[in-house]
Design a protein around this ligand. Structure first.
Ligand code: NAD
Length: 256
């Protein structure tokens, strides 16, 4: 028995990173999975390997969401879950951030999450689930990534309001708040075939050994296990909450 037997779950940004690991784990737990991304070749390859459905989806495009939901229903008949995982990061101080860049990050992270809720919630089966991907940076400030931080704070607002508005249908809405996770977002060496991504992972572990109580960067599989908990019946009385998966980074600072 899998924890998601019989359920159909859409995962955005599932061509790589945390979304890919969520797709893998959900499939292993018995779900039918819709892999949605803008990276068509990678997304198709993941879907093919898993026996999942790939759909091209730019999460900021409302028509794309309608088409993705239609494709999911045509393939599997119903939709029970959504993981709003797609996201982008840009480094800049607030005063140096061009408006274009602010709007680009807002469009993917915040508008994408909003459109996911708006489009998928009406067709979700009663008792369905939505997991939004916020961040450590949704719960505290982080200099140098102000636009990203603002959008991730906003995702918690969307999560709480959606939980309230959908509770009468038994639909639960929660957020994962990862700390630093070893994906292309934190470790761009993963995208460079000439770079040694494993060596970079070890360098990141060394960096986070000083910052994070558990002494290392997180792995995308560790976020996927939290998303599984929030998508399965194991979390049946849990809604409207942020869940931090950060190796203790947010617990505070140590003076010893
Ligand atoms: P990643 O860059 O490997 O994956 C992001 C995925 O989103 C990619 O597959 C990308 O193609 C997809 N994507 C980007 N724009 C899209 C769009 N407009 N429409 C559809 N898909 C789009 O990074 P990741 O770490 O796997 O990121 C997943 C989520 O986790 C993001 O929301 C990110 O903000 C969040 N997060 C990451 C970290 C970290 O340290 N890696 C920490 C906290 C939160």
């Amino acid at each position: 028995m899998g924890k998601l037997d019989g359920r159909v779950v859409i995962v955005t940004g599932a061509a790589r990173g945390q979304g890919e690991q969520e797709a893998r784990l959900f499939r292993a737990e018995g779900a039918q999975v819709v892999v949605a991304d803008v990276l068509d070749d990678q997304g198709r390859a993941v879907a093919e390997e898993l026996g999942a459905l790939y759909v091209h989806l730019d999460v900021a495009e409302e028509d794309g969401w309608r088409a993705a939901v239609a494709a999911a229903k045509e393939a599997y008949g119903h939709v029970d879950g959504l993981v709003n995982n797609a996201g982008i990061l840009r480094f800049n101080t607030l005063v140096d951030t061009p408006l274009e860049e602010f709007l680009q990050v807002l469009r993917v992270n915040q508008v994408g999450c909003f459109l996911g809720i708006k489009t998928v919630a009406p067709v979700l089966e009663d008792g369905g689930t939505i997991v939004n991907t916020a961040s450590y940076a949704a719960l505290t400030g982080m200099a140098g990534v102000g636009t990203y931080t603002a959008t991730k704070h906003a995702i918690l607002g969307l999560t709480r309001v959606a939980a309230l508005e959908l509770a009468d249908r038994g639909i639960r809405v929660n957020a994962v708040c990862p700390g630093a996770i070893d994906t292309a977002m934190s470790n761009p060496a993963q995208l460079d075939p000439t770079a040694d991504a494993e060596q970079m992972s070890r360098a990141l572990d060394e960096l986070y050994r000083k910052l994070v109580p558990l002494g290392r960067i997180g792995r995308p599989e560790e976020v996927a296990r939290l998303a599984l908990f929030l998508t399965s019946a194991d979390s049946s009385y849990v809604t409207g909450q942020p869940f931090v998966v950060d190796g203790g980074w947010l617990a505070g600072v140590s003076v010893i």
